[in-house]
Design a protein around this ligand. Structure first.
Ligand SMILES: CC(C)(COP(=O)(O)OP(=O)(O)OC[C@H]1O[C@@H](n2cnc3c(N)ncnc32)[C@H](O)[C@@H]1OP(=O)(O)O)[C@@H](O)C(=O)NCCC(=O)NCCS
Length: 196
């Protein structure tokens, strides 16, 4: 179930217009001031940040959130807090953005493919929540956008992320070097998520 909030452009520049998406256990929604501690935790946790460049200093994260304002963290379309549907507590974040053409790792010449990224608090791993959030977001996107490639780009050493990508039906198509490590590019078609 999703709620479009504004007209969207059908084409390769668009991401999903929904601002709230619900699934059995989760609500994907905009950020709120109460999410501040959750954002700080996922940005500063060494285990969560292991394959994402390492933990950020708490003071840097706090300054970023205070300067920007927590509710603005999800301003960019396709950016969501993953919240527990019962408690509304932040369990992670999910992004469905366009992969910038100037980054390596593409399946079409001009780049700009849809790209999924996800981060859960450490305590939320191992319960199928990232799979549930990703499926709900991609199903919402599939219902409003034309069929097109969707990418997951993840460090090859990030076995949890690669396992999630495989469970979602993404298949590895190439590897490349970036950030001093091998990255795996995995892809599937958006309309593989259309509700049956
Ligand atoms: C990548 C990440 C989101 C994966 O989280 P995850 O919880 O392992 O992924 P899933 O939601 O698919 O859950 C699968 C696990 O839940 C278990 N599970 C329990 N209940 C389940 C259910 N109802 N449905 C599905 N799986 C369930 C599965 O058996 C599996 O367990 P296992 O890891 O012990 O094999 C998480 O490890 C993370 O946040 N990592 C740090 C951020 C990161 O590196 N992101 C990648 C950037 S692209």
């Amino acid at each position: 179930m999703h709620t479009p909030n504004s007209p969207h452009t059908v084409g390769t520049s668009a991401t999903l217009s929904a601002t709230e998406i619900t699934s059995a256990r989760l609500r994907l929604r905009a950020a709120r001031d109460v999410d501040r501690d959750g954002f700080i935790e996922i940005q500063t946790d060494p285990q969560v940040r292991l394959h994402l460049g390492g933990p950020r200093p708490r003071s840097v994260v706090e300054q970023y959130l205070d300067t920007l304002g927590v509710p603005r963290v999800t301003d960019k379309p396709g950016t969501f807090v993953i919240a527990d549907r019962a408690t509304d507590h932040l369990v992670g974040t999910l992004l469905l953005h366009r992969r910038p053409a100037d980054l390596p790792g593409h399946v079409i010449d001009q780049g700009g493919e849809l790209e999924l990224t996800y981060v859960l608090r450490r305590e939320a791993w191992g319960a199928g929540l990232a799979f549930e959030a990703a499926t709900a977001a991609l199903r919402a996107a599939a219902s409003e956008l034309p069929d097109q490639p969707v990418l997951i780009v993840t460090k090859t050493a990030n076995t949890r992320s690669l396992a999630l990508a495989a469970r979602l039906g993404f298949r590895p198509v190439s590897t490349f070097e970036a950030y001093e490590a091998e990255q795996t590019l995995a892809m599937t078609g958006l309309h593989s998520f259309l509700a049956g």
